[in-house]
Design a protein around this ligand. Structure first.
Ligand SMILES: [Zn+2]
Length: 97
């Protein structure tokens, strides 16, 4: 089954069982990258917040010095206090050029 969407944190619907959707708590770094880039459909609950921290690093190896996104850290805090952090690839997530 091809994955097409990210579902809410604890979802256990039929599609999450068959692998068409993935519940947020089981999402991988690549799943989160694809969600941010719009390649996976967003089925998260209205109002869901993902904290996204970008770490930039100066890169002066090219013709001019630029700031490159080196790391993306995504954190979700569930209402019961559980948290999960992902580190999606910046390019895959569409946050670095
Ligand atoms: Zn589901």
């Amino acid at each position: 089954m091809r994955l097409i969407a990210v579902d809410p944190w604890d979802c256990g619907c039929n599609e999450c069982i068959t692998g068409e959707y993935v519940a947020l708590r089981w999402a991988t770094d690549d799943n989160i990258a694809d969600l941010l880039a719009g390649r996976l459909r967003n089925n998260l609950n209205n109002g869901t917040e993902l904290d996204v921290t970008l770490t930039y690093r100066t890169d002066s190896t090219g013709r001019r010095t630029v700031m490159q996104v080196e790391r993306v850290r995504v954190t979700y805090t569930h209402h019961d206090g559980q948290t999960q952090t992902w580190e999606p690839d910046p390019f895959r997530a569409g946050l670095a050029a």
